[in-house]
Design a binder for this molecule. Sequence first.
Ligand code: XMP
Length: 244
Amino acid sequence: MATFKTRLSQISKSNGKVILANDYDSSEKNLQNKTIQNIKKLNPYLCAIKLNFHLLLPLSSKEIIKINKTAHDYGLQTIADIKLNDIGNTNRVTTEHLWNLGFDAVIANPIMGLDSLKNLVKSSHKEKNGVITLCHMSAPEARLSYDMEIKMGKKQQLYQLFLNWALTAKVDGIVVGATFPKIIQYCSKQAGKNLSIFSPGVGTQGGNASEVISSGTDYLIVGRTILNAKNPVNVAKELQSQSI
Ligand code: XMP
C-alpha cells in the first residue's frame, strides 16, 4: 500500500488540490447524510475530506466508518483534524482509534515536543497513515503565538522551530494559514519537496486561492466558502480550477 503522502498526491493529479473541511454547526441535523451527499456531489473537485470535532463528537463510530468508506470508494483521502497534542501513550491510543475508524491522516500540534512527534510519525507511518503538523495557524491572532521569538539554540520564531521539527520528525505535511502567504513562501522554500503545505483560511477567512498556490501551498483546506455557497459544486469547481 502506498503512503498517505503518495495516495493524496495521486488523487490530486486528477482531482486538484482542494480538501473539504466538512464542518457543520451543532444545529444541523443528519450530519452523516449531509456529509455523504457532499462526498457524492463534490468528489470530482476534491482530493480529500477533513473531519473536525464538529462530526467526530456527535457521530457514532459506525457513522464515521461509513463516511470514511464512502470517501475511499470515491478515491478521496480522509483527515482527522483533532490537533493532537498529548503524551506518547495517549497519542498512540488516539491514533489507533482513528485508524480503526478508517482515517488516513491526523493533524497534530507539535507543541507536544520533538520526541513525542517522532514517535507519532513512526507509529502512523507503520500503518501507512500520515501526520500533518501545525506550523502557523490562519487566524489573525495566531501571529501572537506562532510569531513569538524564542531562543532554542539560535533566536527564531516559533513557527520556524515547528517547521524544523516537522522536517526532523519527517511528518507528511504542515499547516500554514492561507492568510499568511509570506510565511507559506518561507516554509515552501525551506521544506522543498520534503513537506506538503496545507492551507486553511481561503475565502471566508480572507485568503486568496491563486495567491496561496503561487506562494507554494500544495493543498487548500476549504470549509464554509463551499458549504455555505448557493451552489457548492460551482464553488468547488472554481477553487479546483484556481488551484491547478
Ligand atoms: P473555513 O470554513 O474557514 O474552515 O474554510 C477552515 C477549516 O480549517 C480549520 N482551520 C485550521 N486547521 N490549522 C488547522 O489545522 C489552522 O491554522 C486552521 N485554521 C482553520 C478549521 O477548523 C476549519 O475546519
